[in-house]
Ligand binder design. Structure first.
Ligand code: MRU
Length: 363
């Protein structure tokens, strides 16, 4: 997508060929700053500290992290160490394991001297593929918005609600949940997005809002708890969210709060769609609530909040009385029965094992 008028991805090899560059997402929306990852530890830190985040981008960064590790040491031991180090950074997004296993499976049989070149090729492949998958989601998801637009009075806008950031910043480019949104906006459909702020880290307020603003998509940031009220009043036509891991049976794990949006959507007859590129589907799991590991992050993300001061500096300030405990569950699972459909790069599937298998018979 464009940043200051220039096509930009979230991750790219450095011009000197010795490192990887990323957008430091902890600095958005107030500053656009890039960071350089030169070692395995840099890549692991960038994922853990959420300089990069979003399931597809976590996978892509891990792919590049394997290359960085092998540049320093292409031995079997270093390969195993890099895989384990990166896998331990964040537990929920399955794209991480998918990317790491893919790189390891392809480079392990090679002679150490040729592993670096192969890992670099794979990292590039993973990134380019991600963009292609997201374009497929745009194509598959656009008719859902077109159908709603066709049922509206001329000029009336389609209201989409989204949670967290499943936009281009969460991927290499294009985004997943936002892919059909951008496609609809670009095709001239009048559209408006309700953006859940997404406490505690506020990916909606700081990242999705920034993206939509940059692309000229009308949007309004709302408190996380507002969605149910808006749905009761007919102000949401459909919900589209991303996913960190979707089971073979269509249970959807995504940012904490997604489940409550799905419940409210179900109660109000609002279609609830999940944009899931195939690397986000964990074909080994059949019960999301029991089987998906839910990341618990530092309680400080709940007890404190960051923002820009009038003087332009950013500050992190306390919200809670000193002494109150805080808990930070980062994801939840929405059962398949609450999901209207899963938008994949191959089309829209009902959220059940048979429909998903029909789209991906090779699984
Ligand atoms: O903790 P985050 O910011 O990595 O969580 C991101 C989400 O929950 C996204 O919705 C999900 O990764 C899908 S991204 C295309």
């Amino acid at each position: 997508m464009n940043v200051h008028g220039r096509p930009t991805r979230t991750i790219w090899p450095s011009a000197d060929g010795t490192a990887v560059e990323i957008i430091d997402q902890t600095r958005l929306p107030h500053e656009f700053v890039t960071a350089r990852l030169a070692t395995l530890d840099d890549a692991a830190h960038a994922i853990r500290a959420m300089f990069v985040r979003g399931a597809p981008l976590i996978g892509a960064t891990a792919g590049w992290g394997m290359w960085l590790a092998l540049r320093a040491d292409p031995s079997d031991a270093a390969l195993a160490h890099a895989h384990a180090t990166l896998l331990a950074t964040r537990p929920t997004a399955v794209n991480l394991r998918w990317a790491l296993d893919r790189v390891r499976a392809e480079v392990a049989p090679l002679a150490p001297a040729t592993r670096v070149t192969a890992a670099r090729r794979l990292a590039i492949e993973i990134c380019d593929e991600d963009v292609g998958l997201n374009r497929g989601i745009a194509t598959a998801g656009l008719p859902l918005i077109e159908a709603i637009a066709a049922s509206k009075k001329p000029g009336e806008r389609v209201n989409v609600l989204t949670h967290c950031n499943a936009g281009w910043l969460a991927t290499v480019d294009v985004g997943t949940a936002t892919a059909p949104i951008y496609a609809a906006h670009d095709s001239g459909i009048p559209l408006h997005v309700w953006v859940d702020e997404t406490r505690p880290r506020n990916q909606g307020a700081s990242l999705t809002a920034w993206e939509l603003l940059n692309h000229g998509v009308p949007h309004t940031v709302i408190a996380d708890n507002a969605g149910g009220h808006l749905m009761q009043h007919g102000l949401v036509d459909l919900v589209i969210v991303g996913t960190d891991r979707t089971t073979a049976t269509g249970d959807v794990c995504n940012k904490i709060g997604t489940y409550l949006k799905a419940l409210a959507a179900h109660d109000n007859g609002v279609p609830f769609y999940v944009a899931a590129p195939s690397p986000s589907i964990d074909w080994t799991l059949h019960d999301g609530r029991r089987e998906i590991p839910i990341e618990e992050r530092d309680a400080r993300e709940v007890s404190h909040i960051s923002g820009r001061l009038p003087d332009g500096n950013t500050a992190n300030v306390a919200l809670l009385p000193e002494g109150s405990a805080a808990a930070n569950y980062a994801f939840d699972v929405t059962p398949a029965r609450l999901v209207t459909g899963i938008i994949t790069e191959r089309g829209v599937a009902a959220a059940n094992a048979a429909a998903l298998k029909k789209l991906f018979p090779e699984q």
